[in-house]
Design a protein around this ligand. Structure first.
Ligand code: DP6
Length: 352
């Protein structure tokens, strides 16, 4: 608590948080009231794909309500500002800074819009981290081990996948019998990881960069009526358990099976919803075929995964980086507009 009114009215200054995006290997698709996932999911945190938020807290102009200005790359972004404002109205009790100061946030992504990278994960991750840190500062509270657990829980309420961006490497969200301390409310890092997976790369082939026609939120809600929902949720929980074991024992073949089947199952769920839809494009299928053929011919353990969109994520070990990237640049050049080269990352970072 600030000691007196003067210290309350001071401009405290600026903090900057960088939060990475993540790519799910076992997918979260379907949720319950309160952003509780219908099944557990397990992702890999990325390195170069991130959102950075610069947060200033200044004197307030009014005595009540939230005073928020949200900018995206120095410009007002009404759509995302409304989503953030709604989130903050619901969660303001967890962010004391919002009751005491006027907050200005300026957000930027390291990756192009609609690149098929989950921008809501890194964006809500950065919103939660910066506001929670500012709240710790105004409460004179030191950052401790609980900080990332709390920011994971708060980020989840903004966007489910955001809760997994709080840790480096592989991250689990959802209660799982093989992982002590796991929860449906926040994510936990998977610490037992074989050397085979410690330096995994992720290249994102941009097959199509037009904006999403159907939001993930609508996709999740369609699972409520999907006839395959029950078995899908059971399958995802089972695969999460399998993947935890695979990450520890280094079995790349099993990893590939889980990753690719998860990607196709996610899209199968969209195609089998009552209001069915299809996000894959011809370029998606062609890229998938080339990747699996390349793997068969060379024996290089490269596989694909998909997000809720047409773009294709390749996963491959550092040892095969040059060969896979040569393959992408030469054999895939007719399929894709651009490629983003990323890799496993270290988690959020306080820049200032
Ligand atoms: C296909 O986290 O974007 O990327 O909770 O409604 O914000 P909301 O959904 P979101 O869903 C992500 C779905 C996914 C799979 C995943 O990341 O696990």
């Amino acid at each position: 608590m600030p000691a007196n009114k003067n210290s309350l009215n001071q401009k405290i200054g600026k903090i900057i948080w960088r939060c990475p995006s993540n790519i799910a290997i076992v997918k979260y698709w379907g949720k319950k009231e309160g952003q509780i996932p219908s099944n557990s999911s397990l992702s890999m945190t990325l390195s170069h794909s991130f959102t950075e938020i610069e947060l200033d807290f200044n004197d307030r102009k009014t005595t009540s309500g939230i005073e928020l200005d949200y900018f995206f790359e120095n410009k007002k972004n009404a759509e995302f500002e409304n989503r953030v404002r709604k989130y903050l109205d619901e969660q303001s009790g967890f962010f004391p800074v919002l009751n005491r100061y006027a907050v200005r946030m300026n957000s930027r992504n390291s990756f192009p819009h609609s690149a098929g990278i989950a921008s809501s994960a890194s964006a809500f991750g950065a919103v939660a981290l910066s506001l929670l840190d500012a709240s710790f500062i105004v409460n004179n509270q030191l950052l401790d081990d609980s900080f990332f657990r709390q920011s994971s829980e708060l980020a989840r309420k903004g966007s489910g996948s955001a809760c997994r961006s709080m840790y480096s490497g592989f991250v689990l969200w959802g209660k799982n019998e093989f992982m002590q301390g796991s929860s449906n409310e926040f994510a936990v890092p998977v610490l037992s990881v074989h050397d085979n997976f410690k330096r995994l790369h992720n290249a994102i082939l941009i097959v199509d960069n037009s904006p999403k026609k159907i939001s993930s939120s609508i996709g999740h809600s369609l699972m409520d009526q999907n006839v395959y929902a029950k078995s899908r949720f059971a399958q995802a929980n089972e695969r999460t358990s399998q993947l935890i074991k695979v990450l520890a024992n280094g079995d790349f073949e099993e990893f590939i099976k889980i990753a690719e089947s998860e990607a196709l199952t996610l899209h199968a769920m969209m195609m089998t919803s009552e209001n069915y839809y299809l996000l894959m494009k011809p370029g998606t299928l062609s890229a998938i075929n080339k990747i699996t053929t390349f793997r068969k011919e060379t024996g290089i353990p490269v596989c694909f995964t998909l997000d809720a969109g047409p773009n294709v994520h390749l996963l491959y070990p550092e040892a095969d980086k040059n060969k896979v990237e040569y393959f992408i640049k030469n054999d895939m050049k007719d399929n894709i507009g651009a490629v983003i080269f990323d890799k496993i990352g270290m988690g959020p970072q306080k820049i200032k």
